[in-house]
Design a protein around this ligand. Structure first.
Ligand code: ADP
Length: 629
């Protein structure tokens, strides 16, 4: 039994192929995690890095309490099941299952106990004396599962274990593996390209594409709240319908216009509170996503719906319990080819539709998904990053949503009318504004509060919430942006400082036991200042870049504004200004070409020295964008 932690895991193959990028995930003990995605997305590579069969290029992998990057596969306490069962043909099933335990020199009685127990769990007791060739594919895969179980691993890794089986057997084995997980009480990590397998087995699913994690969530959340168009299209059959269109806000409604078609529906603006207002200008193109089951041809649904579109039927697929109707919302369109007007509808109305029929279809607007046309990211994120608010600055006061606050010195600006970008995590407790709490939703461990300020919607991400009905809120002004006439009048302070840096070798001498000895020290050089690197940090650099290349590679040191301190020695910096945010003060400093921000409550000017907190500093290789530390 074990939890796993994957922190900034990367894999770059020697030929330069970047198979896995910045994989971050905490896996709790006993979870059933599925990695899913199309071929080549990096799921097997990630699994093989966990198994220790593939080196980790950068990042840290913890199993239980141990960092295992350099731990041999056999010492990781994991067991792996592969697609090809790789059984020894000359051995009996019993011997195959017992083989690994014999190598580990377990005593005979213990081996016998474990083998018979595993055979019992897997229902293969009667085959123990047989040879693999006398067994079916499904039975052989059970044997290979048995071989893994008897090792009593902390983590079971399964790489497409059912791909070689026929459809019926796959379904059966799927539920057997789920049952096995429940019985063994062990952490399972399972790789598949089959979204149905992922959805039916995983407690949480990691959807991957091109080496990047797209979304990590429960099956239900992936289905209901896909974060981007790829996830929306990958999860669920038939694939979600995607139309192209625009959104136009008119009073308290939004008109959704479907491109290349006469179709148009109206939805309440309240559905789109989380959307950036530029999406609602009637010009910005979006993808409109709707699943086949969220469209109905039933006459009653059509009669009661305010979102009806006309569909010309092209053909249908009879599935027995339901019918898939293929059609087009463009009356001249072809429902056979995938296009931005093709529509697939799960129909249970029993209507006998023929090619060329034109029917009304009711769209379930509560289930509409919207995605950006360029980035394909959801326009309605579950946790919005910003509140987009109209605002006015007058006499040093900021007015928004009918409220007024004094701007601190650091963000004082001339009188303007414009837009305020207020991050949802920039709303603080205990300020001068009184807000009403509409709801609090815990989304994967994050508390999202829906508030109203003078009756207008405001979202806030907070660490803790105790069920208050009203709250006094304030603003973390260092995170806000004020835009007027397309220009940023007020800009947020960057959350991370980024400084050019090099990894260097210093040769020198040192007094040891009264004698001078030669020593070599490795460290980071930032603006001509040397900081000796801890052994563990140097090892990480060597592991990713190699010893020679590490001294030639351009690096960036990243640290938060609280992770640099004014000090007697360290990096030389020139204070450019003092930023007074009221509750906190910061120094804006120049270091060569770089600008950094440092928390400092004292007034400072001229030359100062800065010392980074190396326990909290990140080191990034710029060229390949790899976070090494
Ligand atoms: P998946 O399991 O999702 O199908 P993989 O993890 O096997 O994908 O591969 C991810 C990417 O890494 C692919 O682009 C693949 O071509 C590449 N890759 C895998 N193994 C190697 C290797 N040994 N050398 C170079 N590239 C590799």
């Amino acid at each position: 039994m074990a939890n796993l932690n994957l922190k900034h895991i990367y894999k770059v193959y020697p030929n330069g192929a970047k198979a896995v990028n910045d994989f971050n995930m905490e896996i709790a003990d006993k979870e059933f995690i599925v990695f899913v995605g199309p071929s080549g997305c990096g799921k097997s590579t990630t699994l093989r890095m966990i198994a220790g069969l593939e080196d980790i290029t950068a990042g840290e992998l913890t199993i239980g309490d141990t960092i295992v990057n350099d731990v041999e596969p056999k010492d990781r306490d994991i067991a792996m099941v592969f697609q090809n069962y790789a059984l020894y043909p000359h051995m009996t099933v019993y011997e195959n299952i017992a083989f690994g335990l014999r190598l580990r020199k377990l005593d005979k009685e213990e081996i016998h106990k474990r083998v018979t127990e595993a055979a019992d769990i897997l229902g293969i007791t009667e085959y123990l004396a047989k040879k693999p060739k006398e067994m079916s594919g499904g039975q052989r895969q059970r044997v290979s599962l048995g071989r893994a179980i008897v090792r009593e691993p902390k983590v079971m890794l399964l790489d497409e274990p059912l791909s070689n089986l026929d459809a019926k057997l796959r379904t059966q084995m799927r539920s057997e593996i789920a049952k096995l997980h429940a019985r063994l009480n062990t952490t399972f990590i399972y790789v598949t390209h089959d979204q149905v397998e992922a959805m039916t087995m995983g407690t949480r699913i990691v959807v991957m594409k091109d080496g990047f994690v797209q979304q990590i969530d429960t099956p239900k959340n992936l289905y209901n709240y896909p974060g981007n168009k790829f996830v929306a299209g990958f999860i669920g059959t038939p694939q979600m319908n995607f139309f192209e269109g625009t959104l136009l806000k008119k009073g308290e409604n939004v008109i959704v216009n479907f491109e290349y078609s006469e179709a148009e529906i109206t939805v309440p603006y309240s559905m789109l509170y989380k959307a950036k207002p530029t999406y609602l200008d009637g010009k910005t193109k979006v993808y409109i996503g709707l699943r086949a089951e969220d469209i109905s041809l039933a006459p009653d649904d059509v009669k009661n719906s305010k979102a009806v579109v006309k569909v010309i039927v092209s053909h249908k697929e009879e599935l027995g319990n339901e019918t898939l109707i293929y059609g087009d919302i463009n009356m001249g369109g072809d429902g056979y080819v995938e296009s931005s007007t093709r529509i697939i509808i799960k129909d249970n109305s029993g209507r006998d539709l023929k090619t060329g029929d034109i029917v009304d279809a009711a769209l379930n607007i509560d289930r509409v998904h919207l995605f950006d046309r360029e980035t394909e990211v959801s326009v309605l994120p579950r946790i919005p990053e910003f509140n987009y608010l109209d605002c006015e600055v007058k006499g040093g006061k900021l007015k928004f949503l009918g409220a007024e606050v004094e701007l601190p010195e650091a963000v004082k600006c001339a009188d303007v009318k414009g837009e305020l970008l207020l991050p949802t995590d920039a709303i603080t407790f205990g300020g001068a504004l009184k807000a009403d709490v509409v709801s609090c939703e815990n989304i994967n461990g994050v508390n999202l509060l829906a508030l109203t300020l003078n009756g207008k919607r405001l979202y806030a991400v907070v660490d803790a919430f105790n069920g208050e009905k009203t709250m006094n809120i304030g603003i973390d002004f260092k995170k806000i942006t004020i835009i007027s006439n397309g220009e940023n009048v007020v800009e947020p302070m960057p959350a991370l400082n980024s400084l050019d840096c090099k990894f260097v070798k210093h040769k020198g001498t040192e007094e040891v036991d009264g004698k001078r000895k030669k020593v070599i020290r490795f460290g980071f050089e930032v603006a001509d200042t040397f900081f000796e690197a801890e052994d563990s940090a140097a090892q990480k650099i060597f592991a990713v870049l190699g010893v020679k290349k590490s001294l030639l590679t351009a690096l960036k040191m990243e640290c938060g504004v609280y992770d640099l301190a004014v000090s007697d020695s360290g990096i030389k910096a020139t204070v450019e200004s003092v930023l007074d945010y009221g509750a906190e003060k910061f120094l804006k400093c120049a270091i060569g070409e770089n600008t950094v921000y440092v928390k400092c409550d004292e007034e400072r000017s001229g030359e100062i020295h800065l010392a980074p907190d190396f326990d909290r500093v990140g080191i990034v290789e710029t060229e390949r964008a790899i976070k090494i530390i």
